[in-house]
Ligand binder design. Structure first.
Ligand code: IPE
Ligand code: IPE
Ligand code: MG
Length: 254
C-alpha cells in the first residue's frame, strides 16, 4: 500500500471529537504509596484538571468522564462520603476556571440520590456555563449504562401511552433521542485507565461503534502525553462501520 493511499485515512480520523474516560486506578495509586484510598481520589481530581485543560488546548468538542457509577454506592460508607465531598468541593473550586475557559458543563446520571446541596450545585454549574461554546465537559455521576437505556425506554413508553409516538416509529434513531448524550457528537474514543479491560456499565448504548483504548496508567498519573498517545492510536485505526476496508478507502478518496 502506498503512502498516498494511507494518508487520507489518518488525516480524516486524527482527532476524536468526543472522548469518554473511565478514570480508574485511584485506589491502587494510593495503596502503592501506603496511603488511604481517598488520597488517590484527591490526586485523581488533579488529573481531571490536567486532562480537561489538555482537551481545551486540543480543541476536543466533548469529554465525558465517569466520576461515580451506580454500582459505586456499594463501596465502604466512608469512601462514598469522601467521594461525595470531593465531588462538591472540586466543583466549587473549579467552576470559575471552567467558565473562564469557555467550558460547558453537563451532568448525566440519576442525581436524586445526591444531597440537596450537591443537586443544587449541579444545576447552578450547568446554568452558569450553558452558553459557553468551547469544550462540553460531561460528568457521569451515579450513572449506569443500563440505567440510561431504561430511562430512555420509560420516556419512550410514556410518549407511546400519551399518543405522541407510535410503536412502529420506534427505531434505533428515534430511541437514541431519549438517551443521555443524544444531542452531542457520537462517541469516538473510549479510554479506560488503570489496566482493567471492561466497560463497568458505562455508556453501553453509545459505545456501539466507539474505538476502545485501554491504558495501564493509574488515573492520578494520567497526563496530556497519555491522552496524545490514545489519540494517536485512534488516528491509526480504520473505522469501518460494517463496510470493507476498501470501501472506506474509496469513500475517502471520493
Ligand atoms: C476510580 O478509581 C475512581 C472511582 C471509581 C470513583 P478506583 O477507586 O476504582 O481505583 P482502584 O480501581 O481501586 O485502583
Ligand atoms: C468504574 O470503575 C467507575 C468509575 C471509574 C467511576 P470501578 O473501579 O468502579 O469499576 P470495577 O468495579 O473495577 O468494574
Ligand atoms: Mg476501580
Amino acid at each position: 500500500m502506498s503512502d498516498d493511499v494511507q494518508t487520507p485515512r489518518v488525516a480524516s480520523n486524527w482527532r476524536p471529537r468526543h472522548i469518554a474516560i473511565v478514570m480508574d486506578g485511584n485506589g491502587r495509586w494510593a495503596q502503592q504509596r501506603s496511603l488511604p484510598r481517598t488520597a488517590g481520589h484527591r490526586e485523581g481530581a488533579k488529573a481531571v484538571r490536567r486532562v480537561v485543560e489538555a482537551c481545551v488546548e486540543r480543541d476536543i468538542a466533548v469529554l465525558t468522564l465517569f466520576a461515580f457509577s451506580s454500582e459505586n454506592w456499594c463501596r465502604p460508607r466512608r469512601e462514598v462520603e469522601i467521594l461525595m465531598n470531593l465531588f462538591l468541593t472540586t466543583l466549587r473550586g473549579e467552576i470559575r476556571r471552567l467558565d473562564v475557559a469557555n467550558v460547558r458543563l453537563r451532568f448525566i446520571g440519576d442525581h436524586r440520590a445526591f444531597s440537596p446541596t450537591l443537586q443544587d450545585y449541579i444545576r447552578k454549574a450547568e446554568q452558569r456555563t450553558m452558553r459557553n461554546t468551547g469544550l462540553t465537559l460531561v460528568i457521569a455521576a451515579n450513572y449506569g449504562g443500563r440505567w440510561d437505556i431504561v430511562q430512555a425506554a420509560k420516556q419512550a413508553a410514556a410518549d407511546v401511552a400519551a399518543g405522541r409516538l407510535s410503536p412502529s416509529d420506534l427505531t434505533s434513531e428515534t430511541f437514541h433521542r431519549y438517551t443521555c448524550l443524544a444531542d452531542l457528537p457520537e462517541l469516538d474514543l473510549f479510554i479506560r485507565t488503570g489496566g482493567e479491560q471492561r466497560i463497568s456499565n458505562f455508556l453501553l448504548w453509545q459505545l456501539a461503534y466507539t474505538e476502545l483504548y485501554f491504558s495501564e496508567r493509574l488515573w492520578p498519573d494520567y497526563s496530556a502525553g497519555d491522552l496524545d498517545a490514545a489519540c494517536a492510536a485512534f488516528a491509526s485505526r480504520q473505522r469501518r462501520f460494517g463496510q470493507t476496508g476498501e470501501q472506506v478507502m474509496q469513500d475517502q478518496h471520493a
